[in-house]
Design a protein around this ligand. Structure first.
Ligand SMILES: Cc1cc2nc3c(=O)[nH]c(=O)nc-3n(C[C@H](O)[C@H](O)[C@H](O)COP(=O)(O)O)c2cc1C
Length: 195
């Protein structure tokens, strides 16, 4: 069974990111995938200390809730990372997880662990985001961050669903077509993985 990991990067429960990602995940479940949800604001994640402790081991020296997230990342077939835009980037919640995946980066690029190499399992990465403003560049930084995170976990970046001009809590509900698109994205991700 295809395993989908949904990472909720907004601290606002019931907010726009959550509503949108939930549709993606429901679409995936509709295609028979096993979906796991991580609400990052329920986790305690210390930011990367740049100690380089992982360089020799591929393991982070910090012992916190990230310990339970590493195996989930590696067991997944599809990772859907969702975050609203905070100051032109992902939230600190999402960035903490991404920076802590430096241990996996070390495993892949320094230690050349085959599980994260070309012969290792390939997964897929999809990014979901919302922002209040409508500028053309509002998602640029976050998309780049997401792409390099996905590369680290051997996930091919297969695209994104980003929604501009959404600010108030739950405002995304006024965009039923976007929610439908989110559901379809989830279905498509699973269907394409099955091929
Ligand atoms: C700390 C903070 C920083 C933000 N920075 C931006 C920004 O740079 N650009 C933008 O378009 N929206 C920005 N926003 C607005 C949020 O992206 C927007 O309200 C979004 O809908 C929140 O999603 P959520 O309900 O999932 O938390 C910011 C909001 C907060 C709280």
């Amino acid at each position: 069974m295809i395993k989908v990991l949904g990472i909720f990067g907004s601290p606002r429960r019931g907010g726009n990111t959550e509503l949108l990602l939930e549709e993606v995940l429901k679409g995936a479940e509709g295609e028979g995938a096993a979906v796991e949800r991580i609400y990052l604001s329920d986790y305690t994640l210390t930011p990367c200390k740049e100690c380089h402790g992982c360089d020799q081991t591929g393991q982070c020296v910090i012992l916190d809730d990230m310990e339970s997230i590493y195996p989930k990342l590696l067991e997944s077939d599809i990772i859907v990372l969702a975050s609203p835009i905070f100051f032109y980037g992902v939230t600190a919640w999402a960035k903490a997880l991404i920076d802590r995946s430096q241990a996996l980066w070390a495993k892949k690029y320094l230690l050349k662990d085959p599980s994260l190499g070309k012969e290792g399992k390939r997964r897929k990465g999809f990014f979901v985001s919302v922002g209040a403003t409508k500028g053309p560049k509002v998602f640029e930084g976050a998309i780049l961050t997401a792409k390099y995170f996905f590369d680290t976990v051997n996930a091919d970046y297969v695209g994104e669903l980003v929604v501009r001009g959404v600010d108030g809590k739950g405002e995304i509900l006024q965009h039923p077509e976007t929610l439908r698109q989110a559901y379809e994205s989830g279905r498509r991700l699973v269907k394409e993985q099955e091929r």
